[in-house]
Design a protein. Sequence first.
Length: 483
Amino acid sequence: MNAIFVTILLSAAAFAQAPFEGSGDVGETPKSGVVVPGTGSFKLTGGGANVWGKSDAFFFTWKKITGDITITADVAFEGTGKNAHRKAMLMLRQDLMPDSPYADIALHGDGLTSLQYRESKGGDTKEHRSTITKPTRIRIERRGNQIRVYAGQPNQPLTATGPQIMEFNGPIYAGLAMCSHDAAELETAVFSNVRIEQGVGQQQYRSHITVYDFKTRKTREVYAADGVVEAPNWSRDGKFLIVNTGGSLFKLPLQGPKLEKIELGDYRCNNDHDITRDGRRIAFSASSPTSRASQVYVADSNGANVKLLTPAAPSYFHGWSPDAQWLAFVGQRDGKFELYRVPVTGGPEERLTSKGAYDDGPEYTPDGKWIYFNSNRSGTWDIWRIPSSGGGLDDVKAERITSDEWEDWFPHFSPNGKRMVMLSFPTGTSGHNGKMPGMALRLFKKDGKHEVLTTFFGGQGTMNVNSWSPDGKQFAFVVYEPR
């Protein structure tokens, strides 16, 4: 679905030119507030005892809107403040009366962040507290009768809180708000990089990074965030995952999970990446200022010393050889997606397959003897394998591994080679770029009766690359939640 957003970046030189329609104090405010526009920012000074309970007092800069809306801003308080509970807010409000129904994301002076809401006129205020404290970037989003708020840092995935059902009627007031939490004082916050989006856009998702445990035969969630987070790899010491989101790679510690960016430089990474057995190097696929199509790179595990290995594009990395001397990848050449390998030291690429209509997802077996991959060369998507040196003339050495009703992609081996998990799409799914219900992760069985371990909403990004834990007892994947 194509985006139909009306997006407004607020950088007006004069307030009258900004898309806000009005401003003023709401409720009992002995000291009056003011808004001062700057270059790409709005400085709000406000008083008022609180935005809480049955009635509010604060300063509000607003516009009237109908329908769905998203407001995002970076927020910074001025000074240390006299009250730790001063609030800078992005607010949606039924009217300008002090007891109006409303919902907001409130960033407090002490870093507390919450979704506050009053469901009915004169009712009590309630809240859902965010797990994020002291964020720089906050967001409030209305989709139909659902309100979600988000908090985090610029250029990082924002963590969602909600949804909360709010039954607003007709037009509402949307904007920026400031409360000093002390009627005798004024407090100030600067809202910068303010962004307003109105309308209906592309399908949005929340990502749930999940671990399957073979001992318990159960799954557990280890991290969740707004947006699309993809393709976990498990570190060789078992302490963190590597994922991609927003064009960057991140470490995700399993204890106290929080995304930590791997600084690679000016590359836009996709969901094809993995680290060597010794954990010293990382391979990744990315576009760059010199190539809009994906190419394969290798770097130190901390992101330093990036080296291009595949000048030809598009190319998508998928697997390291066990000795870390070769990288297997899929490349589109002469209109066909086929398998290749390239030495880690650089040099000409070597073609491994030639007969498939579309080959993808090559992964070495832990003993280095075979490369498993998915292909539609039989008319449906199945798992195949070739010797690690290649399929031979017309792929005579290629062997079909799966042949049932599922559409199988991305075979991944446990470190000891005893288990292989594959991502299976519902029957008739023609590709792997979508996200859908009815997805399955299946355990390969030699008798052909492959075991369904779990079913979920997922697809592209769920498990593109190897995600086994070092001990081979767990693997990670991503479940997507449409919103």
